[in-house]
Design a binder for this molecule. Sequence first.
Ligand code: LLP
Length: 435
Amino acid sequence: MHHFSYVGQKLQCEGVELSAIAALHGTPTYVYSAQTIADNYRRLAASLSGLDLRICYAMKANSTLAIVRHFANLGAAFDLVSGGELQRVIAAGGRAQDSVFAGVGKTDAEIRRGLEASVYSFHVESEPELERINHIAGQLGRIAPIAIRINPDVDAQTHAKITTGKSENKFGIPLKFAAEAYAAAAKFPHLRIRGVQMHIGSQLTQVGPFVEAVKKVLPFVLELKRLYGIEYFSVGGGIGIVYQDALASGSAGWWDAKPAGERPLTPEIYGSALKPLLAPLGLRILLEPGRFLVGNAGVLVSRVEYVKRGQGKTFLILDAAMNDLVRPAMYEAYHELVPVVRDTARPALKADIVGPVCESGDCFAKDRVMQEVGEGELVAFMSAGAYGYTMASRYNTRAMPAEVLVSGNRFELVNARESFDSMVAGEKIPGFLQR
Ligand code: LLP
């Protein structure tokens, strides 16, 4: 479920017409639904009710301060992967003390900041990292809480660039070496073993790999509880969302109308498969969802600049480009594209949907069939709330897009479109080039 739908012929986010937002703030602009985020959060929490559950929102999916604050208000903690994300949590009023600090390449400065902010736990990915955290904790006269990320070597059956639980990935420590790594951790005087972590990949659309991974590591988790008295098990993130039929998936009954074999993964399916495995552990369970919480809660609104009729091909040239939403160029990801004002009387158009960036990789979709739209009209990419703005760049000296948060009938600009001055604020012409 999400709160994007046509009211009459106009696409709305909750009670607000997307065209009204575009008129005020221009395009390309990300628009997020606060209600959708809250619904997703509560639904996921409910599907695992009865467990001692802590949801650590994986803020790499969307780390805009307003979104982080919204999650903090909902009661979430955070899964963060850099000193910058930690600063965002603090700046937005989130609880760093309940949050986990992950990432394969934490620097000294990041570890120090994490310790100073008293993060709940560091998710450690290698033995040299154990040593480094121990060293810095010693310097600060602190004890660092840690968990080791174990790699269960399970195929998540997702895109190669976002699978992480196979042994050939750079992530975590293979299960067969994990006991040794924990024994090493136990010897460091400035570390405290607090838990264990795993994550097998992103955009999983089946529950099977989650179940397989949890089952595979369960005996080891129990062993850690016995040996070191660990207090939590983080099962990572990865719950997939609907991209293909994104707009329709917001309407009530859409899931139920699907034949059982074609239903996408839901929190309820996830919860009912995992709860019986996790409950008997008697541990706190951490979840690190990113995409599931924000993915379908955001769209990218863009304007059609040109309709170019080439030889045997039509190109819809938008004012959004790969720098604003890189997922199609980077992962061949599919994002549904819909008109902001629909007109069912118009014929269908088959076109390549492209941006203005100067390379052919700047393509959102090939041979996409959608309602005909003309120059100056607005379109929206669905399911763009996760890994949209956070992966955006300034390529071609294009400003970072604007972001708007909607709640009911209200909307507010939560991140202004970048100005040229702020884009070049850190740049200067050196003295030896002055003339
Ligand atoms: N926990 C860990 C340790 C992770 O590495 C990730 C994502 C998550 C949690 C959250 O996963 P999620 O629930 O969002 O699937 N940029 C890619 C996705 C990269 C995911 C990286 N790690 C994309 O646009 O599809």
